[in-house]
Design a protein. Structure first.
Length: 115
């Protein structure tokens, strides 16, 4: 399985970015997908997740109402729409694909929120 994130970059506070994670190498629809992030000096944390069966989503409290995770099984891609970005959202964002047997990570994409 290969996961390739894209869409990161530099954005001003209050701005928006859309991250994409392209999945290849296995059957995408079998995997629950999630986004995680890691800021300098901090542990990696869950941002949002989406199931493979019913598309149920889950968000970390600080992202609720600002971030939206979605998946397109036809394109083997998971997205993270990030709105109202804050300085503290600066981090490397990682895509994860998981089943009860497998756990795969992408290489990450940098998101920097700065004025």
């Amino acid at each position: 399985v290969q996961l390739v994130e894209s869409g990161g970059g530099l954005v001003q506070p209050g701005g928006s970015l859309r991250l994409s994670c392209a999945f290849s190498g296995f059957t995408f629809s079998r995997f629950a997908m999630s986004w995680h992030r890691q800021a300098p000096g901090k542990e990696r944390e869950l941002v949002a997740s989406i199931t493979n069966v019913d598309g149920r989503t889950n968000y970390a409290d600080s992202m609720k109402g600002r971030f939206t995770i979605s998946r397109d099984n036809a394109k083997n891609t998971v997205y993270l729409q990030m709105n109202s970005l804050k300085l503290e959202d600066t981090a490397v964002y990682y895509c994860n694909a998981r089943t009860y047997l497998h756990d795969y990570w992408g290489q990450g994409t940098q998101v920097t929120v700065s004025s």
